[in-house]
Write a new protein. Structure first.
Lengths: 251, 309
């Protein structure tokens, strides 16, 4: 089992409520380590998206502590937020592609935001779109793409800048099984290069395809730990399929 | 080969160094902004040109009248009037601080009263008690002390003499011009305020329309300044376009008004023409407008973005 390096994300007794409503997340504590592959599961409304929003710094918690990359993310000065966000790739559940930009420009966006020269952008963006099977749709606007194509563009945009953490909210919900596996392999490739991957999904078949993954489960806003993902050091399964629970365990 | 051809437009765009300019759809940010700015700039140009012309007219009249003094010999008896006028003229020419003293010829005096009294055949203007006038130019401004000095020099030899500074005749006109200049300045300030308000509303509207895109771009790591620059650039383009149109419209209006006033034939209006420095100042109004728009857009967008995480 690999001994993890220093944690990349740490949630400590984090709670979240919107307005004066009830807490949608309560006492959430976990640690993510570099190079690990995590699945976040749970029923609809369990709080997966809320948890991911805090993870990609789109939402501050109502209570608790969040540390990212060794820094208190809650007290992070506003001017340092962009630098942190550039280290996090996000695949939104609803894709959130920029409607007036082509598929190519959407994928190029993180690199442009990071200030990369246009001459350095062209090849990686084109290669990435080729890789997700959209080599013939460079100039297509999101409105003209199918759901699956939009999802692939969203994934390409999330991974193009080689983030330290990839956060994906139901990333394979709109693609066919073959493309889902292909995208999962892309996530795994990134993971092997050191990117920490967090994928929220209902798809147990998908989870089974990544035997080395760790699973966190949200149930009514509280986190459970079916594969020891929250332990320190996290238990990393050694054999294929060893870390994957039966469907009954996750039900 | 097919890929290269498909990729060519993008590569050409990349050569243009578009950078963060493409984060948001710039062309749709500001709507009617160019026209609003054009109207504001045109009105500002007309107001500023009016203020400058009035200032020139007032300055020229003031310079003409600054050292001018009018001496009237008010006597009903023509012989006595002429005697005192001669004596006063001699005394004035000897007085300290007098650059020149000239008796206004009788035919000029007749011409002055002609519009009111008429010149029918047989009229005897000499029978009218028209005061004799002496035009005096002082070497300095006609202040109270100098006027008192002149009175002391003239009254012993011409007791019917009345001495007045010429500028005092036009003091109400100068006060009116000054009020008009302040009014023009106030209008310019109001136009600037209205322009800034229009930009503020347009920026907020654009932020609202593109809120989702801005959130996504934020999540991808864009800084507030990067996003503000996009809005700032878009609105600066609108302002530059509107500013040029407004400047053209304003200049045409000013030239038209100048032509109309010149046709009045009034000496004061003729002195109110604009110098090349004034035209340069007017040409700078669109530039000031663009700067105002850029600063307003930037501050508005940054303030709004600070309310987003």
């Amino acid at each position: 089992m690999n001994q993890p390096a220093a944690e990349i994300v740490q949630f400590d007794n984090v709670g979240l409520r919107y307005g004066t409503g009830r807490e949608v997340l309560a006492d959430v504590s976990f640690t993510l380590y570099p190079g690990c592959f995590y699945f976040l599961t749970g029923a609809s409304g369990a709080g997966k998206t809320s948890l991911l929003r805090m993870l990609y710094l789109a939402q501050r918690p109502s209570r608790g502590l969040i540390r990212m990359f060794g820094t208190d993310a809650i007290l992070l000065p506003r001017e340092r937020l962009p630098g942190f966000r550039r280290r996090i790739g996000v695949v939104f559940q609803d894709f959130r592609l920029v409607p007036h930009l082509s598929a190519w420009d959407n994928v190029a966006l993180p690199l442009r935001v990071a200030g990369q020269a246009e001459k350095d952008i062209a090849k990686p963006v084109s290669d990435m779109l080729e890789w997700v099977g959209l080599g013939d749709r460079f100039d297509a606007r999101p409105a003209t793409l199918s759901g699956g194509e939009q999802q692939r563009v969203a994934i390409a945009r999330a991974v193009i800048a080689r983030p330290d953490i990839l956060v994906a909210d139901e990333p394979t919900g709109n693609v066919d099984p073959e493309m889902a596996i292909k995208l999962l392999r892309l996530f795994e490739s990134l993971n092997r290069l050191g990117t920490t991957v967090v994928v929220a999904t209902h798809d147990l078949h998908l989870i089974r395809k990544v035997p080395d993954s760790l699973i966190m489960r949200l149930d009514k806003g509280r986190l459970s730990d079916p594969t020891g993902a929250l332990r320190y050091p996290p238990r990393r399964p050694s054999g294929p399929g060893a870390g994957v629970l039966d469907t009954a365990d996750l039900a | 080969m097919r890929k290269l051809a498909a990729d060519l437009p993008r590569r050409l765009r990349a050569l243009g160094g578009e950078g963060d300019a493409r984060l948001l759809p710039e062309a749709r940010l500001s709507g009617p902004m160019p026209w609003v700015i054009a109207i504001m700039i045109a009105l500002t140009v007309v107001a500023a040109a009016s203020a400058l012309a009035l200032r020139h007219a007032a300055q020229a009249a003031s310079a003409d009248l600054e050292g001018g003094v009018t001496v009237q010999i008010v006597s009903a008896a023509p012989a006595e009037r002429q005697r005192q006028a001669g004596a006063a003229l001699a005394a004035l020419r000897q007085a300290a601080g007098v650059a020149s003293a000239t008796a206004v010829p009788q035919d000029q005096l007749n011409a002055l009263v002609e519009p009111w009294l008429g010149t029918r055949t047989g009229d005897d203007l000499d029978a009218l008690p028209i005061p004799a006038l002496i035009d005096v130019r002082l070497s300095g401004p006609a202040d109270t002390a100098r006027l008192d000095g002149l009175r002391r020099a003239v009254s012993p030899v011409a007791p019917a003499a009345r001495i007045d500074a010429q500028s005092s005749w036009l003091a109400p006109v100068f006060r009116a011009i000054s009020a008009l200049q302040w009014a023009a300045g106030g209008l310019i300030a109001l136009f600037a305020f209205a322009t800034a308000s229009a930009v503020l509303l347009a920026a907020r509207n654009a932020l609202g329309i593109h809120r989702e895109t801005i959130e996504v771009v934020h999540m991808l790591g864009a800084t507030d300044l990067q996003i503000a620059r996009v809005f700032q650039r878009s609105m600066a383009t609108d302002a530059a376009l509107g500013g040029l149109v407004g400047l053209f419209a304003g200049v045409v209006t000013v030239l038209g008004l100048g032509h109309q006033f010149a046709a009045l034939g009034s000496g004061m209006m003729a002195q109110g023409s604009l110098a090349w420095t004034d035209w340069t100042l007017l040409a700078g109004i669109p530039i000031a407008g663009v700067l105002l728009v850029m600063v307003t857009a930037r501050l508005t967008v940054l303030a709004a973005l600070r309310r987003m995480l």
